[in-house]
Design a protein around this ligand. Structure first.
Ligand SMILES: [Zn+2]
Length: 220
């Protein structure tokens, strides 16, 4: 699908925001989201998914180049850059409705891409990787103190990858602490991790493809 020429790229929007925020003497906080990837995966649209990966990677590179440029007040000595996702979609094989947990298949129809179907009815509970660089990056990675488990449909832990992870609530708390927000130090109700784990059900096969995505800016 050709790009709309009237629509700015994610890189252009990111640089516009940085140019504006660069003038603030207190520094800056900026959240940039590559949004189309989620909608594309819900719609089983691999081409659009790849396009948004490319656009997102270019935006990340533009932020790195900006911070390293002479015109930027921020440097990586005093600026933390985190790249991560809020969730994942699991790709399965094309017959996964009859073959549970079927793997993605090699290209059969010669269109140059594998045969697949995204977990389109919802989001997977697969871990998403965080990348961090700059001031405090080590502290972000040190937040990963929990150990991954895999749960069955009843919420019982049946296996684990053994990989360490953190969750978004801890990351939020850390970031608030970095900008010295008053509520960062406020006592919070203890988190019931067992109750949360019980809600996590194992990802299952998606339903039929949903067709093409609509143009929309709705959030996930
Ligand atoms: Zn989604």
């Amino acid at each position: 699908m050709p790009r709309l020429q009237t629509s700015p790229t994610l890189t252009e929007m990111s640089l516009a925001a940085l140019n504006k925020l660069n003038a603030d003497p207190d520094g800056l906080y900026l959240m940039i989201e590559g949004r189309a990837v989620d909608r594309a995966e819900h719609a089983n649209n691999l081409g659009r998914t790849i396009e948004d990966y490319i656009e997102f990677n270019a935006a990340v590179q533009s932020v790195i180049d900006y911070v390293n440029s002479p015109g930027s007040k921020a440097t990586f000595e005093d600026t933390l850059l985190i790249v991560t996702a809020d969730h994942d979609h699991l790709p399965f094989g094309p017959e996964c409705e009859t073959i549970p947990f079927q793997r993605v298949q090699e290209d059969r129809n010669g269109d140059g891409v594998p045969e697949y179907q995204w977990f389109g009815k919802g989001h997977s509970n697969q871990l998403v990787p965080p990348f961090a660089t700059g001031a405090g990056a080590d502290q972000v990675l040190n937040l990963a103190t929990r150990v991954d488990s895999v749960f069955d449909a009843a919420g019982h832990s049946i296996a684990g990858s053994g990989r360490s992870y953190t969750d978004q609530a801890e990351l939020r708390k850390f970031l608030l602490g970095q900008v010295e927000q008053p509520d960062a130090a406020a006592p919070e109700a203890p988190v019931d991790w067992n109750a949360i784990a019980a809600q996590v059900t194992r990802a299952s096969c998606p339903g039929p493809p949903r067709g093409q995505s609509r143009a929309s800016s709705a959030s996930t």
